[in-house]
Design a protein around this ligand. Sequence first.
Ligand code: 13P
Length: 342
Amino acid sequence: MGKQTLIDIAAAMVAPGRGILAADESTSTIGKRLASINTESSEANRRAYRELLFTAAGLEQYISGVILYDETIRQATTAATPFAELLASKGILPGIKVDTGAHELAGFAGETVTEGLDGLRERLHEYVELGARFAKWRAVIHIDKAAGRPTAGAVEVNAHALARYAALCQEVGIVPIVEPEVLMDGSHDLATCEAATAKTLTSLFAQLRAQRVALEGIVLKPNMVVSGKTCPEQASVDEVAQATVRVFRRLVPVAVPGIAFLSGGQSPQMATAHLQAMNDLGPLPWEMTFSYGRALQETALAAWHGQPDRVADGQQALLLRARLNSAARSGTYGVAMESGPG
Ligand code: 13P
């Protein structure tokens, strides 16, 4: 598969004004989301919820790609159009989560390694047949300053796995979203998150180079540099933007076409404000956009509440957040827009 194909897909994923919707929650994670609105996590309800998201009229104006889960890429609309086909017909690239989750790393208490490499080549071939143009793999890095986490060992095994995954994706013509997530969990300060993020990115790009991954054909999906969730002193929006852009300028080669952030537990409004503040610090050498899960879906889930007669409310809520994040990635978001029409 030609490198140009990868470059073209990656460019489309981070195209100006658009970002990525992460709707690839595993069955267990979507179960928790549905439980939060007192809705049973049946196959029918999971399908109905994803249909609400993907059929929102005009979503393609703000969304370039949607990350699907294995169950979801095999599902279809009420009118029997496969979700991947529906998205493609709207000009939205279908993507697929291919890792099988973070598992305890033997010998490294409190740290994890993401699994899913066995049989991945064959699975990728099947996902291409099902319409996937890009994939996602999430590595999870845990901070605990007192315990010396993240350890160099855990950072390295996760970077190694990400690079192996990325190389396999490129072999079959799928663009890998490379996601090293340094978690917000903990009471650490901004500087500690910055150091852990720097350590993670340093190891990641060394592994990507060593394993011959074409940087022009990936999309990086990192955490922002933020204060730990329970840190008594929370960094301001400007401090977050400056620390995040600083670490990326130092460590992410300009060959990478785009950085699409995860929201990681930030509130929808904070995730948008941070994205705007980072784009204010431009010009930047890469596209800087969003690949949010919770920050795009939280208000939509609440508005829908599992009620068939509230599908349109859920869609309006999704479209509002998509539009605001599109504005933020273009540097035109202002908090006054929060009350605007979807
Ligand atoms: P959040 O934006 O909710 O962190 O989800 C993004 C994602 O894809 C995590 O892997």
